[in-house]
Design a protein. Structure first.
Length: 164
């Protein structure tokens, strides 16, 4: 699947922000919940938005946990179960990455983090950054994804089923 890869090292993209959320579940439950949540993201409104922006990836392909798989707007570039899922993408106004990390804390809770890295080249990129980052739209979407992961993982943990 090399044609789907985004050939930009994640670390070369400028840091934008990072969000953290404690979850009362195991790392495996959080991982499974993250994959199900991101697969659901692919079935939601992300497809028309990715087409409107001219994203390199506009369709969902493969399993979200597999490198080279895509969801609208992103390609999976790193996947290390159950600790890191990195998604990268690009469109007319930006090149970006969203990196989820899952860490078990000494308290028994699991820390889910979501780090965003992005560059916004040119005047149009600067304007897009203003629309998405400065208005906090990006923060709202990222936190919504993280809360969905928490709800799903904690439900799995409480039910003891391992099902998302």
């Amino acid at each position: 699947m090399p044609e789907r890869l985004v050939d930009i090292p994640i670390e070369s993209l400028p840091f934008v922000d990072e969000h953290f959320l404690d979850i009362a579940a195991t790392t495996e439950e959080v991982w499974d919940a993250l994959l199900v949540t991101m697969a659901g993201f692919a079935r939601g409104s992300s497809r028309p938005v990715s087409r409107m922006l001219g994203c390199a990836q506009t369709e969902a392909t493969g399993d979200v946990g597999t490198i080279g798989s895509t969801i609208p707007g992103f390609v999976v570039t790193r996947s290390v179960r159950p600790v890191v899922l990195a998604l990268m993408g690009q469109h007319r106004f930006s090149r970006y990455a969203l990196i989820f990390r899952i860490v078990e804390k000494p308290s028994g809770l699991v820390l889910l983090s979501a780090q965003t890295r992005a560059e916004f080249p040119g005047a149009k990129g600067k304007a897009y950054r203003g629309l998405v980052i400065t208005t906090r739209g990006h923060v709202l979407v990222t936190r919504s994804i993280m809360r969905s992961v928490r709800r799903r993982a904690e439900r799995m943990s409480w039910q003891g089923t391992g099902d998302a």
